[in-house]
Design a protein around this ligand. Structure first.
Ligand code: URP
Ligand code: ZN
Ligand code: ZN
Length: 469
């Protein structure tokens, strides 16, 4: 006897769509057939799509910030919000601060996360201090233990790696078969721009966008690609914002290079004008993220890239700060320049609805592509496939039941995060998750998160398919 049968849904994978029933036992999909037989629990999913549970491969939770700022979401609230947004797996970053051993970092993140997650999780590492000990011993050991990806930064005071360090880190990634995610913005150019703007008295949040134009992202993207070519390692360029960096990625892909790319909701649903707030006031801080949202031509380019395969994955880059904290009310003199506004916006819950509505409902991408971008490709790129990322016999029964017709106006009072705003307030979307099923158990239904706060497990990962697996 099955534990659960899902009947009458249209099943969508990255490859096709079929009308069939899904049989689930012990947390796994055991049959997909016209009639899967009796089950202890049945769900009538008539009129709904059955999608692979979303995999959000770029999430920041409980990440130390400094400067008196604390992230709005920890693991409990962040994964609660993820479940409500149709996700069954999220991949937060475990950030190494300078001087820290990677082992201590991983242990601290597990202590913060274990037993507090509504969905399954798996950590990427962030390498900010690539000492010989880190590169020679800690990183290889952690990759072998299933931490098979890490991020490096080409900007931010406390995180930037210089070119020599990037090359060293890439070299370890090749040897150990780890996927490197690159934040591609040029540090010196941003510092130069920020100083110039501040000297001209241009300090409102909007000038955050002017301080890091596309040229800065384009140059760093090309530099990262060149380093990857030299070291012969696959890389993923994350949070790509517009046409200029995209052209570098397309150039690399055309040459057969092993370069992958991610974009995010902010680059299709926001523009730099949002950072102007109401008449250049602090309201614009609600949209400060890096790279910044661009313009309508960039949005058009991003859609072309989502269609033509320039982009492989679509992640939220959920990086939640409270607007009240961003104002710096506890900091003497408050925050006087865009430079002090924490970079990052929330979006874990709205990622899938925004791509579905703006993409599938508006006819810009097909359903299969939606599934590839939000679940199947992240699973393949980060070593979770075939356990995760598809609806197939043998896979975990991670399924999102989706109402393609439901119309919702996104609003803070619908959100399950602990942030005090959503940057997508007022956005009307068509298509909404109505039930999220994690390994056969319903964790969210009709607006309510009902799974236990320890429903999620930690996932050790295999090697990225970018290495040819
Ligand atoms: O502004 C952003 N994206 N903040 C999150 C950190 C990062 O660079 O991903
Ligand atoms: Zn980044
Ligand atoms: Zn990020």
């Amino acid at each position: 006897m099955l534990d659960l049968a899902i009947r009458n849904a249209e099943i969508v994978t990255a490859a096709d769509r079929i009308r069939a029933e899904i049989g689930i036992r012990d947390g796994r999909i055991v049959s997909i057939a016209e009639d899967v037989g009796d089950a202890k629990e049945e769900i009538d999913a008539a009129g709904l799509l059955a999608l692979p549970g979303g995999i959000d491969a770029h999430v920041h939770l409980e990440q130390p910030q400094g400067g008196g700022v604390v992230m709005a979401d920890g693991f409990e609230s962040g994964t609660r919000s993820a479940a409500a947004g149709g996700n069954t797996t999220v991949m937060p970053f475990a950030l190494q601060q300078k001087g820290q051993s990677l082992r201590d970092v991983v242990q601290a993140y597990h202590e913060a996360a274990d037993g507090k997650c509504h969905v399954d999780t798996s950590f990427h590492l962030i390498i900010t201090d690539p000492t010989p000990q880190v590169l020679g011993q800690e990183l290889p050991a952690l990759v072998k233990a299933g931490y098979t990806s890490f991020k490096v930064f080409m900007t931010y005071d406390d995180m930037v790696l210089n070119d020599a360090e990037l090359l060293e880190v890439f070299d370890v990634a090749r040897r150990e078969k780890a996927m490197v995610m690159v934040h591609a913005e040029g540090y010196d150019a941003i510092r130069y721009m920020a100083k110039r703007l501040e000297e001209a008295g241009k300090t409102a949040p909007y000038y955050h966008a002017e301080s890091r134009p596309q040229s800065v992202e384009r140059e760093a993207t090309h530099r990262a690609i060149s380093h990857a070519e030299l070291t012969d390692v696959p890389i993923t360029i994350v949070h790509v914002s517009g046409r200029d960096p995209m052209e570098q990625i397309q150039w690399a892909k055309r040459r057969g290079m092993n370069v992958w790319a991610e974009t995010c909701p902010q680059y299709i649903a926001l523009t730099a004008d949002d950072l102007k707030g109401l008449n250049m006031d602090f309201e614009g801080a609600k949209y400060v993220c890096s790279p910044p949202p661009r313009d309508s031509d960039s949005q058009k380019a991003i859609w072309e890239g989502l269609r033509d395969g320039t982009f492989d994955i679509f992640s939220s880059d959920h990086c939640p700060f409270r607007f009240e904290d961003a104002k710096g009310k506890d900091v003497e003199g408050a925050r006087t320049s865009f430079r002090w506004v924490p970079n990052g916006i929330p979006g874990i819950e709205t990622r899938m609805p925004i791509l579905f509505s703006e993409g599938v409902s508006k006819g810009r991408i097909g359903l299969e592509r939606f599934v590839a971008l939000t679940a199947t490709n992240p699973a393949k790129l980060f070593g979770l496939y075939p356990r995760k990322g598809s609806i197939a016999v043998g896979a975990d029964a991670d399924i999102t039941l989706w109402d393609p017709e439901r119309e919702v106006t996104i609003s803070q009072n619908l959100m399950h995060h602990d942030c005090d705003y959503t940057p997508y307030e007022g956005l009307e979307v068509k298509g909404w998750p109505v039930r999220t099923i994690l390994r056969g158990k319903t964790i969210f239904a009709e607006g309510e998160v009902m799974g236990a706060r320890d429903a999620g497990v930690y996932l050790e990962r295999g090697t990225s398919q970018a290495f040819g697996g």
